[in-house]
Design a protein around this ligand. Sequence first.
Ligand code: SAM
Length: 249
Amino acid sequence: MFASNVLSRVVGIVFESAQRQLKLVLPRCILSSRRMENSNLIPPFISEIKGFLDEEEGQRLFELALEACSLGPCLEIGSFCGKSTVYLGVACKIKGKTLFSIDHHRGSEEQQPGQPYFDFELLDSKSGVIDSFPYFRAVMQKAGLDEVVVPMVSKSHVVARDWATPLGLVFIDGGHSYDMVIKDYDYWYPYLLPGGFLVFHDIFLDPAEGGQAPYEVYKVALASGEFKALPMTKTLGILQRSGPVMVEK
Ligand SMILES: C[S@@+](CC[C@H](N)C(=O)[O-])C[C@H]1O[C@@H](n2cnc3c(N)ncnc32)[C@H](O)[C@@H]1O
C-alpha cells in the first residue's frame, strides 16, 4: 500500500514536470517551425539579385518585418536592385501589409562610373547615368511583389516632405555619408510607432571594417533615449522605439 502510494506520487511529480517542460518548449518549437515555414517563402533566386545584403541579415530583416507588420506598414530607403526589398516585401505580403521602397535609382556616390561599386550593367546607355529601376522592377515582378511594394523613385527627403503615415519599421540603407544618414534618420524616425524597428545597414564597430557614418547615426539615435538596442545581426544595427509595444506574436 505504502509502496504503491509512493509510486503514484513519483509518477505524478514526473508527469507534472514533463507537462511543465512541454509547455515551455512547445511554443518555442511552434514559433521556430513557423519561422522556417515562412522563410521558405523567400524565393530561391534571392541569391542572384544584385546587392549588398548578407543572407543572415536578410533573414533578420524578414523576421523583423513580420513582427513590425502588426504595428503598421514598413519603409526602406535604398531599394537598389531589390534584394532587401524582397526580404521585407515577402514578410509584408504574408501579413497583408505594404512596403514603401524609396530610391532615386541613380546610385550612391560609390556606385558612379570610376567608383569601387560601379556596375556597368546598370548604366543606362542612352542617358549615360545609372538606372537601377528597370532591374528593380523586374525583380519585384518575378518575386510576386507588385501588389505589396510601392516603389517611390525619388530622393528620400522629397518623399518625407509630405509624409504622414505611421510606420512599423524603417530600414535605412540609402546614401552612406554622415550627412545623408543623419538626414534619413531625422526625416523618418518621427513616423516610427512605439515598438517599431529602426534598422541601419553597414554598422561597423571596427573602423577598419568599413565606413563609420551609419554607426555614428545609430549612436545618435540610441543617445536620444527614444530607442533600445536589440542584438545586431552581422552589420545590421537594430533599434526598437520605446513606448508601449503592441506587437501580436
Ligand atoms: C547600398 S544601396 C542599397 C542596397 C539595397 N538595400 C540592397 O539590399 O541591396 C544604396 C541605394 O540608395 C540609393 N540612394 C542613395 N541616396 C539616396 C537618397 N537620398 N534618396 C533615395 N535613394 C538614395 C542609391 O541610389 C542606391 O541604390
